[in-house]
Design a protein around this ligand. Sequence first.
Ligand code: AHM
Ligand code: MG
Length: 346
Amino acid sequence: MESLINNPPGTESMSQLITIERHILEQQKYFPEAHGELTELLNDVAFAAKLVRREVVRAGLVDILGFAGSTNVQGEEVKKLDLFANEKIINAIGQHGRFAVMGSEENEGIIIPPKNDSGSYVLLFDPLDGSSNIDVNVSVGTIFSIYRIKGDDPSKASISDCLQHGYEQVAAGYVIYGSSVVMVYTTGHGVHGFTYDPTIGEFLLSHENIVTPKSGKYYSINEGSYEQFNEGTKKYLDYIKKEDPATGRPYSTRYIGSLVADFHRNLLVGGVFIYPPTSKHANGKLRLMYEANPLAFICEQAGGRATNGRERILDIQPTELHQRTPLYIGSTDDVIVAEEFEQGIR
Ligand code: AHM
Ligand code: MG
């Protein structure tokens, strides 16, 4: 498939414009048993992302039209953006009957869509990640993960269909609402990124077959929590800041506090993102099913590595929907070094 990357804007011919819908359709050849369902449901996700985008780019207008939780000039209740995104995604995706069961970071239990008797897939998602950045015009994102249901009767789908290993994902992706809006996805055949063109309302292929560097120069961690880190993490932070030209140290800190944005940057230019165990949160803060698993699938597909400091994220046996996990993710060599400190090997 031809890529847009080398063409200055405006010089591309129509044959070079590859929409996400067309790209997803092309990927269908890898799933002959799926009869186009996976294609349709990935397209549903891309559509829901457009709805969320429409609202995210108007976020600052809440001040004019009414604060979240208040009533706007039309007399409607103004929803917090993350709750709005959650509702949009559930409605936009749930109505087609392609998913038998869904789970959202914003909902305590599983969501059974109204027409779920024909869907053979499970959708798990974080509708708007990076909550502390939502109201201050800093990038936020949507993360999603897709599995097949375990049995063959969608109407019997239950929480056990949601609690599958990360390696059982059939697709995963994220949308970053940043200086431009980008959707990245994998179906296990490479990682592909699409930039939203608001003039035509389409996601266009902009990053084909993303391969993450083996090592980078960034480390991303909330160092404000230093006192809560264990000895391994503290030693790692001392190490990564030490001058050593042979290993490219010191690394630079980059931490936005929006996982999707931090992950996306490191995926493209290399580096490591760490949310370690802390004295307050022994399993870190991030959620296995909504954040770690989908990003781990993408990262591995791009040639990177994702663990909890000891074990591969995709091999962790989930026991609950909102389970948390420490996360070490990014360029393989950088993640291995961070793990060695965590394990006390260094
Ligand atoms: P959220 O789901 O409430 O938005 O929390 C997840 C976010 C991630 O995007 C980010 O990596 C992390 O929380 C930042 O947490 P902290 O403020 O502890 O560094
Ligand atoms: Mg989140």
